[in-house]
Design a protein around this ligand. Sequence first.
Ligand SMILES: Cc1ncc(COP(=O)(O)O)c(C=O)c1O
Length: 360
Amino acid sequence: MSIKFYNLAEQYEDQRYEIMQAIDEVAKGGQYFADSSVKRFENLISHLYDGASCAGTVSGTAALTIALQVANLPKHSHVLIPAMTYVATANAVVAAGLIPVCVDINHHWLMDYDKLSIYLDKLKTVSAVVVVDLYGQGVDLIRYKKLCDHHKVKLIVDAAQSFEIKYDSYHQIDYCDSLAISFNPLKNLGAMGNAGAVVSKNYTVEQLKAWTHQGKIKNDIVNPGNNLRIDALQAAILTIKYDRFDDNMQRKSTISWHYRMAFEGKILMPERIMYALPTNYVFVVAPKNPEILKTFLSLYNVEFASHYEKPVHHYTAYKTDIDYCPFASSLAGRIISIPNHWHLTDDQVAQITEIIKNSV
Ligand SMILES: Cc1ncc(COP(=O)(O)O)c(C=O)c1O
């Protein structure tokens, strides 16, 4: 029997009845474009983000694109992004008519503050910075916001992997222009299809929603828009699935902590941040010889993934002549994501731990 990387079928089994009921309710209502499930879901997210404005979107990529569009940045200006992220971060910047520039990451594998500071000093065409909460850890936003304010550029959070990250002494939403969340099926709170949300205290719900719905506010079209609204069925499913969220995250956190303690000092991992409770979206290791670990995992039927195979500036679409991000580049081909979902048994976690310890 293999140990699976994802637990999507199990998630459905856990709440099969409630999910079917939620789908049935939307289907019977016949209001697929304006179902109350969307309002309910957006109210839930708004509540979780301290009453901020929220618009449900068709995906996390759409949410990030809207976060950039609503900020009204100068066309073709530069947006700084971390070199190690899912490529959607860069793609969203381009979709918003802007140009992404990669900044190297630090030992937490998050955008490096000192390097960011140098870029902001030297590059006068930057209009925004997008930090990414990679694997569910986030930068110390107060510091980054101060730097961005000093340079008069917007700070946007790609929170695709960090839904409900909890900072010790402040709320994430208070130190950014807006943030973009993904609820795709693989996320800690995952829909049964694509979904996302853009959240902000700086724009009204109407302003955010205009970008999801053809630029429409009341009977006018106030900006060029698109059709990027969240699907009513996905909104209903996400609201139901949120009932189990805290318990699921508790289990995921226990598993991730167990791995961290077992591998500390033995294998390279992103260093843990101390000022916030991470979401443990995925658990990654970067062994010196990844092929040995991959062989061991395959031999014992343990599924694995990679977040990510390459930094953004190694892809053809975003290649640069000079490599400005040596640390991110040094991780290319080395990152292995191991199962850390909440349906793993203690025995499976112990087995994975042993395999990894024995392979390094
Ligand atoms: C860091 C990051 N940004 C953006 C996205 C895009 O989200 P979606 O797949 O919902 O479009 C993802 C999704 O995996 C992500 O991990």
